[in-house]
Ligand binder design. Structure first.
Ligand SMILES: NC(=O)CC[C@H](N)C(=O)O
Length: 222
């Protein structure tokens, strides 16, 4: 199993993501955002958290124009798996790989704390190790995590079971309490909480580790 983790100027969770992926058996290769192609043989591309390009314009808007994002879109178009965490989720919406937008938090404050989440979909390769409806605890760290989309998109996400995680106590104003969604083929996940920050007991929890274990399990089964 091999994963590429894209590094943008201002990424700050790329190493943490690499550690979490290695824990479950992935070989991890860092990929600089100026590359125009991805390394051969990747099973997964990770877009990490951080403040790409200083969060200027909108979070993720400049990163979405980096050369590597064309290659990531082509990879997803071929059915590749892509995981975008926090700033990575923002980049996925800015590239159009996931619908909707992450707006400024409702109370216009940066929020950094563990939050309770409800698992909404256990069908995806990212969530199969969780129970449907299970409450888990994973940290958030963002100022632009307020998920927004038009009514039709929200109805489609809900109707197609694509809401992977919701907030049990909505911290940021996200519509439908959305914390994470998957693409229509289930292979692209964007989420604002940081599972890589809950992947080791020393970090205060392991609820995030099961997301990486789900992925490892689905590749092992393939
Ligand atoms: N931890 C992160 O990835 C931060 C995400 C983003 N730049 C925000 O603050 O909303």
């Amino acid at each position: 199993m091999k994963a590429g983790v894209v590094v943008f100027p201002g990424s700050n969770c790329d190493r943490d993501l690499a550690v979490a992926l290695r824990q479950v058996g992935f070989e991890v290769v860092p990929v600089w955002h100026k590359e125009t192609t991805l390394p051969d043989g990747l099973d997964l591309v990770g877009l990490p958290g951080g403040f790409s390009f200083g969060d200027y314009l909108r979070c993720g808007a400049i990163a979405a124009r980096s050369p590597i994002c064309r290659a990531v879109a082509a990879f997803a178009g071929r059915g590749g798996h892509v995981l975008g965490i926090c700033n990575g989720f923002q980049i996925l919406t800015e590239t159009g790989l996931l619908p909707g937008a992450l707006m400024r938090n409702q109370r216009i404050k940066y929020i950094c704390r563990p939050v309770p989440l409800i698992v909404g979909n256990t069908e995806s390769p990212f969530t199969s190790a969780y129970e449907q409806g299970e409450e888990i605890r994973i940290p958030i760290a963002h100022h632009d995590g307020n998920y927004s989309a038009d009514a039709e998109t929200l109805a489609r996400l809900r109707g197609e079971g694509r809401v992977a995680f919701t907030y049990a106590e909505n911290p940021n104003g996200s519509l439908l309490d959305i914390a994470g969604i998957v693409s229509n083929n289930g292979r692209v996940l964007g989420l604002m909480p940081h599972p890589e920050r809950a992947a080791d007991p020393a970090l205060g929890g392991t609820d995030g580790r099961r997301l990486f274990a789900s992925l490892a399990g689905s590749f092992a089964a393939a």
